[in-house]
Design a protein. Structure first.
Length: 198
């Protein structure tokens, strides 16, 4: 069996390479844009019950070469929160849900971000009738470009390795020296083509 010449694997690797290249282009375009605009995607589900309400905020935003994601959950207990405060918080969270939810874009601000772009945060606060928990993470776009380019790098490595093995007369599956038996590998039985590797 020819491990590196299997057509299914080759098609899969070709597909991953194309997807990887498209993702790299998209990430680089958003990376450049992040220096000229702050883009934010906000989703704020709000659920009410007889005991109180739960409001969550899920955010994804970009600024100055950094992608940030975060999630915060506010839980309000109706029995333990003063009525005026409960109602004010409910109206406030509903206003955030309907006014800011979705995709927004604005001019960049002066908020500083980590020079390397990696950072994380956690929130765990509670007061009578209210508990807030959250977590967030930011990563630089250069790291995302690196991750997206891994399949391209793997493809380049395999192509260069195959060409080197063919040039040196080695088996493409196990690397056995085929100069004495150029038609078939005596080690693993792979039939070797005399055509140049593409």
């Amino acid at each position: 069996m020819r491990r590196y010449h299997d057509p299914v694997r080759r098609r899969l690797l070709n597909f991953l390479t194309v997807v990887s290249l498209l993702m790299c282009v998209a990430v680089v375009a958003q990376w450049v844009r992040s220096y000229f605009a702050i883009d934010m995607l906000l989703w704020c589900p709000l659920t009410q019950s007889s005991q109180g309400f739960v409001s969550s905020e899920y955010t994804l935003d970009t600024r100055r070469g950094v992608l940030m994601v975060g999630a915060i959950r506010h839980q309000y207990d109706k029995a333990r929160t003063p009525a005026y405060l409960y109602d004010a918080n409910l109206v406030g969270h509903a206003r955030i849900k309907f006014a800011n939810q979705g995709w927004t874009s604005r001019a960049p601000d002066d908020l500083s971000v980590s020079c390397w772009g990696f950072s994380g945060w956690m929130v765990d606060e509670s007061e009578p009738g209210h508990r807030a928990t959250g977590i967030g993470w930011s990563t630089p776009y250069w790291f995302l470009v690196f991750l997206c380019s891994l399949p391209v790098g793997l493809r380049a490595f395999l192509v260069l390795r195959r060409r080197r093995q063919h040039r040196l007369g080695l088996c493409p599956s196990c690397g056995y020296d085929l100069r004495a038996t150029p038609g078939r590998c005596p080690e693993c039985g792979t039939a070797v083509s005399a055509e140049p590797v593409k």
